[in-house]
Design a binder for this molecule. Structure first.
Ligand SMILES: CC(C)(COP(=O)(O)OP(=O)(O)OC[C@H]1O[C@@H](n2cnc3c(N)ncnc32)[C@H](O)[C@@H]1OP(=O)(O)O)[C@@H](O)C(=O)NCCC(=O)NCCS
Length: 165
């Protein structure tokens, strides 16, 4: 199970809607800048099917303050979900919104029949939700990556093979 954290009282977590797209792009630009398009995760998102049903936004009133997006992939022959990007506006960080977004997204993936979630990220942050790089040494992403940053949630055995659509 994933540890639950609590968002600030006023933060509302809702499923992503297509109308949210421009606000999410602005948030990602603030959080990552244009360099985000060079990341290996972006290569995955180019071929993977977007799953808005497991992707969530955090709102403070009309202001979008956080986003997590989820994508359908395979790792070798194993169906899985790729998580990312995850971002929270700088002035809204450390109130738990990021944790709530990760928890909601992983729970939605598991409920939809995908109990395995992969991402590229910082182990010191994602380990609190149960992500680990122990099972991912033989996972092959479509580009250069620090393999220690390839993290899985829900793996019951070592994972192996290329990440594909
Ligand atoms: C990572 C991020 C989404 C966390 O959002 P958040 O709402 O602040 O998350 P939470 O409130 O659930 O957790 C905050 C805690 O995580 C820690 N944390 C944040 N980023 C971390 C990281 N990269 N490594 C280790 N710890 C991290 C914070 O210091 C804070 O610690 P504390 O509880 O001891 O104060 C946010 O910092 C962000 O948008 N960062 C820029 C984009 C990014 O790096 N996204 C992740 C891509 S892998």
């Amino acid at each position: 199970m994933i540890a639950q954290t609590s968002a600030p009282q006023a933060t509302d977590i809702r499923s992503e809607q297509s109308a949210d797209d421009a606000k999410i792009e602005a948030l990602l630009e603030h959080a990552f800048g244009p360099g985000r398009f060079a990341k290996v995760s972006e290569r995955v998102r180019e071929f993977a099917e977007f799953r808005p049903d497991m992707s969530f936004c955090a709102w403070e009133g009309d202001r979008l303050v956080g986003s997590v997006r989820m994508w359908r992939i395979r790792i070798g022959d194993t169906p899985a979900i790729f998580l990312g990007p995850l971002a929270v506006e700088a002035d809204q960080r450390k109130y738990g919104a990021g944790g709530v977004l990760v928890s909601r997204a992983c729970a939605a993936a598991a409920a939809a029949g995908f109990p395995l979630v992969l991402l590229v990220g910082d182990l010191p942050y994602f380990s609190r939700f149960g992500f680990s790089n122990d099972p991912t040494a033989a996972v092959r992403l479509p580009g250069p990556v620090d393999q220690r940053r390839v993290l899985a949630w829900g793996a019951t055995a070592p994972l192996a093979g290329p990440v594909t659509a």
